[in-house]
Design a protein around this ligand. Structure first.
Ligand SMILES: [Zn+2]
Ligand SMILES: [Zn+2]
Length: 171
């Protein structure tokens, strides 16, 4: 509990002076924010700013999470940093779509940070966009050599399946 106190912002104080802001900059172990995911390899870097208006509190910034996984096609190790752009609104009486209700004197960013981290971790990463993968017939790593197997029909079906992964980040 102690670690995540850095993620609590005094809403009363901020709202008393519309236009004032408070930085929330802290690095926390993933477990501290309730993320239990073997892909996360280090602390989650939280760099947010909470700013008040007459209407509520907006929270902007980034959350960076280092991760490790395997390429979904060729299975080599892949490392990266998932960076989420945060844009949230907190209101006492939520009117803006997707606004989070302010309950009590504080806003707690921990649930939001957890949500962004989990959303941004890649589900099925590639070592690179054009990774040729492993031949489904003979097991050759086709990034290194071409094996000559006729896998065209299979590849087309695979490509169609991949076209359905709409939730995947485009880069
Ligand atoms: Zn690969
Ligand atoms: Zn082959």
């Amino acid at each position: 509990m102690g670690l995540t106190s850095a993620l609590r912002v005094n809403a009363v104080e901020l709202l008393r002076a519309p236009g004032s802001s408070r930085p929330v900059e802290v690095s926390l172990p993933a477990e501290a924010i309730g993320v239990d995911d073997a892909r996360v390899t280090g602390d989650v870097d939280i760099a947010l700013v909470a700013t008040s208006s007459v209407d509520g509190i907006t929270v902007h910034g980034t959350i960076s999470t280092p991760w490790h996984d395997r390429c979904r096609r060729c299975l080599i190790d892949v490392d990266g940093v998932a960076v989420a752009s945060v844009d949230e609104v907190f209101q006492h009486d939520p009117r803006v779509a997707d606004a989070v209700e302010i309950v009590g004197d504080q806003i707690d960013l921990a649930p939001i940070v957890r949500e962004y981290v989990l959303l941004e971790l890649p589900d099925a990463p590639l070592c690179r966009d054009e990774c040729a993968g492993i031949c489904p017939h003979c097991g050759t790593d086709r990034n290194e050599t071409s094996c000559g197997c006729d896998t065209e029909a299979r590849d087309l079906r695979w490509a169609a399946l991949e076209g359905l992964r709409l939730d995947e980040p485009g880069e």
